[in-house]
Ligand binder design. Structure first.
Ligand code: 5AD
Ligand code: SF4
Length: 448
């Protein structure tokens, strides 16, 4: 008999990608072949994201297109998981009669029984319960990459920024016990993984309510001695919780890469206040200064929202000015989009789409000029690069990332994939660097 086929379609952030790897691990254990190809699938799971845009409509329209597949194959099971599933819940089952199953991110471990029930009963089913299952140690997982891995260390968020759905879709903060994380990372090291990125929506809050009192800095120190793991990263930081202790840890543990994602969201104090971010622009600038003191050659990236309700020309000018003065290494730039259930969606003075677009373009231009300048400043340096494989540009070109998370393209043999090499940087563009692999060992980050 042919194996059963499952298609897992993933939208959104790294957390969702990691959760799709967990879903795939469970499905492989149940005898499925897993891909993202919906043709001939026996099971289709949409792992959805609701952070921005018209996420719900997109999911409904995607589900609409799957109706025809179900007509051709009535045994096909269609499931929706992730943040839209958590937020829309039963509404999905009411609006989409051909959807079989809806479950939230916290209920992934229950997938085998949910699928068995869906198959046996052939009627719609949902599981959206708050279900912390953080005590489990190792779980099945089908990882997408053979030498870089994501490991979730905490989930949820207690901050309630007024624009954000995460506290509603992912629930309250929960940290995973240190022992479970250590076990997962040790298993990764044994399998030959070199780089581990710890994930959490609000990762600097790690351990806040845990019994052992270990915070993120302690966790990094605990993971540091694990042999085989060469690089540790963590995302996403919150300026309010980013402590000097953590900065010192990043600065002293050489396995922890000099790259921090520190979303600021806006440069104007009145907007930061209405966003409920819990810091002022001055406090943010101070953190950046402190970080640069403790971690030499640190790269800082950020998230920025333009067009938040009530954002005036002066507010936007403050955002431009903060961008110029920090000189971010990368920026994820978003137009504000009202999300259902969030406080800001009911605020007065929503900004028109035309103004949002104008501000988006203006900020992008400023940021791209900064990035070009900063990337060009790397020319002549020798950078440590983890080779990810052939670049999209052509088969002789390889691509990888520096410790500061900058993409680098260079000529090299595909057999270098998965190894750490030293690359001499020859050219800096807006989004990436170019260089040449050096055979002789050079100190990373050194000048020519
Ligand atoms: N509109 C625009 N951007 C948003 N983000 C989160 N919610 C919204 C929203 N409603 C952005 C923030 C966050 C990133 C993950 O997505 O910048 O840091
Ligand atoms: Fe959303 Fe704010 Fe929590 Fe980040 S800190 S997940 S933006 S509520």
């Amino acid at each position: 008999m042919d194996p059963k086929r499952a298609a897992v379609i993933t939208y959104g952030c790294q957390m969702n990608k990691y959760e799709s790897e967990r879903i795939a691990g469970i499905l492989v254990g149940l005898g499925y072949e897993v891909s993202d190809d919906t043709r001939d699938a026996d099971l289709i799971l949409l792992n959805t994201c609701s952070i921005r845009d018209k996420a719900e409509q997109k999911v409904y329209s995607q589900l609409g297109t799957l109706k025809w597949l179900k007509r051709d194959n009535p045994d096909l099971l269609i499931g929706v998981c992730g943040c839209v599933a958590q937020q829309e819940g039963e509404r999905i089952l009411q609006r989409v009669p051909h959807a079989d199953l809806v479950f939230g991110p916290q209920n992934i471990p229950k997938l085998p029984s949910l699928l068995a029930q869906a198959q046996a009963r052939r009627h719609q089913l949902s599981d959206l319960a708050d279900n912390p299952l953080w005590d489990e140690q190792l779980f099945p997982i089908q990882r997408a990459h053979p030498f870089q891995a994501w490991v979730t260390v905490m989930q949820g968020c207690d901050k309630f920024c007024t624009f954000c759905v995460v506290p509603y879709t992912r629930g309250r903060e929960q940290s995973r016990p240190v022992a479970a994380i250590v076990q997962e990372v040790e298993a990764l090291a044994e399998q030959g993984y070199q780089e581990v990125t710890l994930l959490g929506q609000n990762i600097d809050s790690y351990g806040k309510r845990s019994a052992d009192g270990k915070d993120l800095a302690d966790l990094l120190s605990t993971l540091y001695p694990i042999d085989g793991i060469k690089r540790l990263r963590f995302i996403t930081s919150h300026p309010r919780d980013f402590t000097e202790k953590l900065m010192r840890t990043v600065g002293t543990l050489d396995k922890v890469c000099e790259y921090i994602h520190l979303p600021v969201q806006a440069g104007s104090n009145p907007i930061l206040k209405r966003m409920h971010r819990g810091y002022t622009r001055e406090e943010y600038l101070f953190k950046v200064e402190q970080l640069r003191t403790h971690v030499s050659d640190v790269a800082i990236s950020t998230d920025m929202i333009v067009g938040f309700p009530g954002e005036t020309d002066d507010d936007f000018a403050a955002t431009l000015q903060l961008t110029e003065s920090v000189e971010f290494d990368a920026m994820y730039l978003f137009k504000y989009s009202p999300r259902p259930g969030t406080r800001a969606s009911a605020f007065d003075h929503q900004v028109s789409d035309a103004v949002k677009t104008e501000r988006f373009q203006a900020l992008l231009e400023v940021q791209e000029a900064i990035q070009l300048r900063r990337n060009r400043a790397r020319v002549g340096r020798y950078e440590e690069v983890l080779v990810e494989g052939p670049s999209k540009k052509g088969s002789v070109q390889l691509t990888g990332r520096t410790r500061q998370n900058r993409p680098v393209n260079f000529i090299g043999h595909p057999s270098l994939t998965g190894s750490l090499v030293t690359v001499r940087i020859d050219k800096g563009g807006v989004h990436s660097l170019e260089g040449e692999v050096c055979t002789e060992g050079r100190e990373r980050g050194g000048e020519d």
